[in-house]
Write a protein that binds this ligand. Structure first.
Ligand SMILES: Cc1cc2nc3c(=O)[nH]c(=O)nc-3n(C[C@H](O)[C@H](O)[C@H](O)COP(=O)(O)O)c2cc1C
Length: 377
């Protein structure tokens, strides 16, 4: 069957965008991104329970503010694995930014970098690693590895990412094959043949995600983490964990950090929202290594809540691609600044002076009856 994306052309606009809140970006972006690519970006798997739960789960806790603290302006800067950043928010790895804008990953990385925040490059980017870095010298970078069947490819990718300045490797463990993504099936979505994946030998143009994933190892195990640690000599973040038992395994196997994530609700459906999974993982990790969370983070108060429940920083996925589509690097920069402003306001209004002061005393669980009344169960 012919690909529904063959007539594809990506948005080209570069401009500042007005952002009232990050949630509204999705409807605006729907008008400028082609149907197949928009379905790929916005969709989740199955009944999209997890996709919704990622955002709805933030309702399960309330913030309990403190007053008369003498606080004027909070300091929202922090450090992620030894790297100073302007805020505890970062761009998580996402494939194929070229679907959202002609400047692709170069635009997203520049937008996040100009906002003083960290950007995660991916194996499946539509630009070479070196071009993404050249376009965004200001931002610190991590590199997310999809683990190839050929160890030589893994070594080469890690070496290139390291040479380009990546300070950590993100080992994504939750996508050996794509989840049950019905939007992609309905749209017969294949990546447009005008976009390549230049970092990975063996990936052909015009393929579906399932076809592309044939290049990568199926049956990953903890030895693969050891391989990445040894080959890179860099801290390795194990991304995609939801179970406290896996978090303990990751600790035992030398992970430098844990990424609590369900891949934006795109892999197994009906798993916990990231923010719902976080407390049990934080309990298991007990402060020994940092925890990063992504999934459904759209508000300054979401950032505050995730940090109060034990995360060190949070990734903001789809709003990056939506703001890229709407305004190129300037759109992404506007989005990052909007979220920084909301987070700073949330800190100010709850009486917290600096990021390291955000702790469990700042929040309390909403009563299960109230959660029930909101239709979560
Ligand atoms: C279009 C798209 C592509 C993605 N590609 C990758 C990827 O290549 N590697 C990866 O580890 N995660 C990938 N993810 C998952 C994100 O890293 C992140 O877990 C998710 O987007 C967070 O949820 P949010 O979009 O609700 O913020 C992708 C997500 C989206 C939306």
């Amino acid at each position: 069957m012919a690909s529904a994306s063959e007539s594809f052309s990506a948005p080209t606009t570069e401009k500042d965008i007005e952002i009232l809140n990050l949630l509204e970006l999705e409807d605006q972006a729907r008008k400028v991104i082609s149907k197949g690519p928009f379905g790929y970006i916005s969709g989740g798997s199955g009944d999209e329970l997890t996709l919704r739960e990622n955002i709805a789960g933030f309702d399960d806790h309330m913030i309990v503010p403190r007053y008369l603290t003498g606080l004027d302006e909070p300091d929202i800067s922090t450090e992620l694995l030894g790297v100073k950043v302007d805020a505890p928010i970062f761009c998580p790895p996402m494939a194929a930014h070229g679907l959202a804008h002609v400047t692709a990953e170069a635009g997203s990385a520049r937008g996040w970098g100009d906002g003083g925040c960290l950007y995660t490059m991916t194996t499946l980017s539509t630009l070479p690693i070196e071009e993404v870095v050249a376009a965004s010298q200001k931002s610190p970078k991590w590199f997310q590895l999809y683990f190839a069947k050929d160890p030589g490819v893994n070594r080469e990718l890690i070496a290139r990412a390291k040479a380009a300045g990546a300070t950590a490797i993100v080992f994504a463990v939750d996508l050996e094959r794509p989840g049950n993504r019905e939007a992609d099936m309905r749209n017969n979505f294949h990546f447009p043949s005008s976009l390549g994946f230049p970092n990975v030998p063996g990936v052909r143009r015009g393929e579906s995600l399932a076809e592309i994933m044939q290049v990568f190892k199926h049956g990953l195990d903890w030895d693969d983490l050891a391989f990445i640690r040894e080959a890179s000599g860099l801290p390795v973040i194990v991304k995609g964990l939801l179970s406290p038992a896996d978090a303990r395994e990751a600790l035992d196997h030398g992970a430098a950090a844990i990424g609590v994530s369900n891949h934006g609700g795109r892999q197994l459906d009906n798993v916990p929202g990231s923010i719902v999974a976080l407390p049990r993982i934080a309990e298991a990790v007990d402060g020994r290594i940092p925890i990063f969370l992504d999934g459904g983070v759209r508000r300054g108060v979401h950032v505050l809540e995730a940090l109060a429940l034990g995360a060190s920083a949070v990734g903001v996925g789809r709003p990056t691609l939506y703001s890229l589509a709407l305004g190129g690097w300037r759109g992404v920069h506007a989005m990052v600044e909007a979220l920084k402003r909301e987070f700073a306001l949330a800190m100010k209004l709850s009486g917290v002076a600096k990021v390291s002061n955000i702790g469990p005393d700042l929040i309390e669980p909403r009563s299960p009856l109230r959660v029930l009344a909101r239709g979560r169960f």
